[in-house]
Unconditional design. Structure first.
Length: 161
């Protein structure tokens, strides 16, 4: 589309019109070109959010999830309210310090996003993609699942491992 033939000019006109008039098409193109639209594969038993890009969830202090994302650090979100499910420790057998490369945030989102309404905890990669998510109602099972998810990532390594 860099040449100015009649055909290319006609195609450019059609695309310009579609981008201007169809927001979904414009968003799709922007996501594909920027890489934001990339999603990673997931296993059949994974939560549907796994592998997708997390939205910038607004949190109770007015900040958003994206402000927590820094290179080399995963973010573990405890979205149960008051941090009662993961409460600073991600283990069911013994208390462990927060693993290196991990930011833990206990909060409740102040907005409801599709796919996130029932999520009680999520592990978000440094690139903003969801590594693990759960809607588990039982706090003990949720802690166990979070520990398993952490062990499957590089941030699950302790300094001794």
């Amino acid at each position: 589309m860099t040449t100015f033939t009649p055909e290319n000019l006609a195609l450019r006109s059609v695309l310009d019109d579609a981008i201007a008039r169809v927001p979904e098409f414009s968003r799709f193109l922007a996501e594909q070109v920027s890489g934001v639209g990339v999603s990673y594969g997931r296993d059949a038993d994974d939560h549907p959010l796994v592998g997708t890009r997390a939205p910038d969830l607004r949190l109770s202090d007015g900040s958003g999830l994206f402000a927590l994302l820094v290179p080399g650090r995963y973010v573990l979100l405890d979205l149960t309210g008051a941090g009662r499910a993961l409460h600073g420790r991600v283990t069911t057998s013994r208390a462990l310090p927060t693993p290196p490369g991990l930011t833990v945030r206990a909060d409740e989102p102040v907005e409801s996003r599709a796919g996130w309404r029932r999520v009680r905890a999520a592990l978000v990669r440094p690139d903003g993609h969801v590594a693990w998510a759960s809607e588990e109602d039982d706090d003990v099972a949720l802690r166990s699942a979070a520990a398993t998810a952490l062990a499957a990532t590089t941030c699950g390594r302790t300094p001794d491992s």
